[in-house]
Design a protein around this ligand. Structure first.
Ligand code: CA
Ligand code: CA
Length: 268
């Protein structure tokens, strides 16, 4: 009897055990799959978007400064183009091509500036030394022509100190390449005296200075025509900035006096 009962009980136990084992195996497989899926998803999610977001802003950062740099370059290229037409306009308006002469200053308005818009006036080597100096004024009694004024220069280079002074006039970056001479009319004052010799200087934008000595000034109006070639210090006449007259103590035949000047021009 005991043997008959034990055998089915043992068989039941074996069946129950195999079922339990198979169930446990199934649940374990599902768990591993679930864990794998979790691992894959948790790895992929932070990995791929993190890389993309890390790359994309870097690309943008690289592109943006390049665009800014190119924008900075563009206006620089435009600026000189804006200057060039202005320079061309200035030279074409000042140096009239085809004209026999260019009038720079006739002083007939009795005011500054000159006929091409340039300022002018007297200058002193040492303004603190009152024993020397030069003063400019418009003079209608002594002038060239029947109207207007001439420029009167009252100079004094009689001093214990080294003395020189005179007259300056801006030429507004004048292009004088179409002309051969600078010309003006000159006259000494017979009552106040005058020097028969003085220096004329031309200056250009390259800071070159050309010098020429005018001689044989008299108390009558006479035209002085100085070839531009005579201004040895200047190699480029396309950009003249200034005309200067100089009375010098060591050169002046009369250290104190008055000189009249009128109709400053560039001629062919
Ligand atoms: Ca005049
Ligand atoms: Ca003096």
């Amino acid at each position: 009897m005991k043997k008959n009962i034990f055998i089915p009980l043992a068989a039941l136990l074996v069946i129950a055990l195999t079922i339990a084992v198979s169930v446990w195996k199934l649940t374990k497989k599902e768990e591993t799959v679930a864990v794998k899926k979790q691992v894959i998803t948790t790895v992929r999610k932070p990995f791929s978007p993190a890389k993309k977001s890390a790359i994309s802003p870097i690309k943008k950062k690289v592109v943006v400064p390049r665009r800014v740099e190119s924008r900075k370059v563009e206006p620089r290229r435009v600026e000189p183009r804006k200057v060039e037409p202005l320079a061309v306009m200035a030279t074409t308006s000042l140096a009239a091509t085809g004209a026999e002469e260019l009038l720079v200053a006739d002083f007939d308005s009795g005011e500054k500036p000159n006929n091409i818009g340039g300022n002018f006036g007297a200058w002193d080597k040492d303004p603190a030394d009152f024993s020397q100096g030069c003063a400019e004024s418009f003079d209608s009694k002594n002038r060239r022509g029947s109207k207007g004024f001439a420029m009167k220069l009252d100079y004094d280079v009689d001093s214990r100190n080294p003395a020189y002074n005179g007259f300056w006039m801006f030429l507004q970056n004048l292009d004088a390449t179409g002309y051969n001479n600078v010309a003006f009319w000159i006259k000494g004052d017979s009552d106040e005296g005058y020097t028969t010799v003085f220096k004329v200087e031309l200056k250009n934008a390259a800071r070159q200075v050309g010098r020429y000595y005018v001689t044989n000034v008299t108390c009558d109006w006479q035209e002085v025509v100085i070839p531009l070639k005579s201004f040895k210090g200047i190699t480029d006449f396309s950009n003249l900035t200034e005309l200067v007259m100089v009375f010098e103590d060591r050169i002046a035949s009369n250290k104190k006096g008055s000189i009249y000047i009128d109709d400053i021009r560039f001629t062919r």
